[in-house]
Write a protein that binds this ligand. Structure first.
Ligand code: GDP
Length: 425
């Protein structure tokens, strides 16, 4: 059985948020497809298998992801582990969205390129602001009649009050949408007209028709990053062009620092494409790895002692710390029965160990631990800080409760849910 000790710097715990119909499911499916194809675990596992599985799921019409799905994506020869936490798209599930927001580190917001910012995109955006979740945006459906990338970007700034960093410019519109200008690399990424699922893009010179716009928007990008980042500002004032690496690093710093929490303005890199037509998802995956936070970017999570709510206890995302984990979703698996999805914040959790449900003050025994992949589950022996897994065998733990080392109990910051509205007749 695998004992995986993850390099936390290479872990991304993310959610994908959107107004219903914007393309969250399609984008997620494509992400699972591309990531499944690029990574082999245990048995032979290739694109075709993922496709078969996807076709099956679609036939049955059930949701494609579990509460959390683990995938992998290589960028610059580094393997990133991406845990995708399901965030329900419908406004009725606002409380569930809040639970998901509590355990994820970063998010991708998907917009419909025709409709732009819609009411539910606004709702989830505000929730993410409240939790200070760093975000990148994906303007989807650029193949549709009436899609306008720049209108959507303007809405991100006008309606959401955010500072969009335009990272790409679309090449071609509607059915003629071909690809994007990458404003960091200053290259064009183009796909074939009828891009098959999984097809790679070609990196070519920016077409003559787009050179002027690319220069203009590159300038705006550098200026916007500089306004929000001292290091970049210095280069900018000296009239120096940043290297690709400097620019990546600065955009990452800005995205992590400006998250909407406590009245600050959210700065958000914006990408575009069409998930349905398989254009734009690979660069989006690169962006997830490049710009969204790792569990290490949160210095420590705060909780309190079960004995004294006033006594603040901090846990750093390290295996040296006592174990603490938060249960964020209870699900029923057709084969395994009750599964509790947890995020481990500190220490390491082992199968068969006894832990304390510090909210209820009761002992719980950890049964099997599973990493949930898109089309299979993998039993693992233990799980460390920063990671997200499903656990079997918890009898009394409910959503929002903390599991901790029995001799070092902590209650992690409880989630505050809005009080139910009571209608008086
Ligand atoms: P969700 O409600 O946000 O999960 O949206 P879905 O992924 O289910 O997509 C809603 C509808 O839009 C479906 O009919 C999709 O096939 C379609 N769709 C998703 N992405 C695109 C896209 O890039 N272009 C076009 N034309 N349709 C898309």
């Amino acid at each position: 059985m695998a004992t995986t000790s993850l390099d936390l710097a290479k872990v991304r715990n993310i959610g994908i948020m959107a107004h219903i119909d914007a393309g969250k499911t399609t984008t997620t499916e494509r992400i699972l497809f591309y990531t499944g194809r690029s990574y082999k675990i245990g048995e032979v596992h290739d694109g075709a298998a993922t496709m078969d599985w996807m076709a099956q799921e679609q036939e049955r019409g059930i949701t494609i992801t579990s509460a959390a799905t683990t995938t992998h994506w290589p960028l610059d020869d580094v393997d990133y582990t991406i845990n995708i936490i399901d965030t329900p798209g419908h406004v009725d599930f606002t409380v569930e969205v809040e639970r998901a927001l509590r355990v994820l580190d970063g998010a991708v917001t998907v917009f419909d390129g025709v409709a732009g910012v819609e009411p539910q995109s606004e709702t989830v955006w505000r929730q993410a602001d409240r939790y200070g979740v760093p975000r990148i945006c994906f303007v989807n459906k650029l193949d549709r009649t009436g899609a306008e990338f720049h209108r959507c970007v303007d809405m991100i700034s006008d309606r959401l009050g955010a500072i969009p960093l335009v990272m790409q410019l679309p090449i071609g519109t509607e059915s003629d949408f071909k690809g994007v200008v990458d404003l960091v690399k200053m290259k064009a990424l183009v796909w074939s007209a009828e891009t098959k699922l999984g097809e790679a893009y070609e990196t070519v010179d920016i077409p003559d028709t787009h050179v002027e716009a690319a220069d203009e928007w590159r300038g705006k990008l550098l200026e916007a990053v500089a306004e929000n980042d001292e290091e970049m500002m210095e280069l900018y004032l000296e009239g120096q062009e940043p290297t690709e690496e400097q620019l990546y690093a600065a955009i990452r710093r800005v995205t992590l620092a400006s998250t909407g929490a406590e009245g600050t303005t959210t700065v958000t890199p914006v990408f575009c494409g069409t998930a349905f037509k398989n254009k734009g998802v690979q660069p989006l995956l690169d962006a997830i790895a490049r710009y969204l936070p790792s569990p290490l970017d949160v210095e420590a999570i705060e909780g309190h002692s079960p004995k004294d709510p006033e006594e603040v206890v901090k846990r750093r995302p390290s295996e040296e710390e006592p174990m603490s984990a938060l249960a964020f979703k209870i699900a029923s698996d057709p084969h395994l029965g009750k599964l509790t999805f947890i995020r481990v914040y500190s220490g390491r959790l082992h199968t068969g160990s006894q832990v304390q449900n510090s909210v209820k003050g009761r002992k719980e025994r950890i049964g099997k631990i599973y990493r949930m992949h898109a089309n299979k589950r993998e039993e693992i022996e233990s799980v460390g800080a920063g990671d997200i897994v499903a656990v079997m065998g918890l009898k009394q733990t409910t959503t929002g409760e903390t599991l901790s080392d029995a001799s070092n109990p902590v209650i992690l910051e409880s989630m505050e849910f809005p009080a139910p509205v009571i209608e008086v007749a």
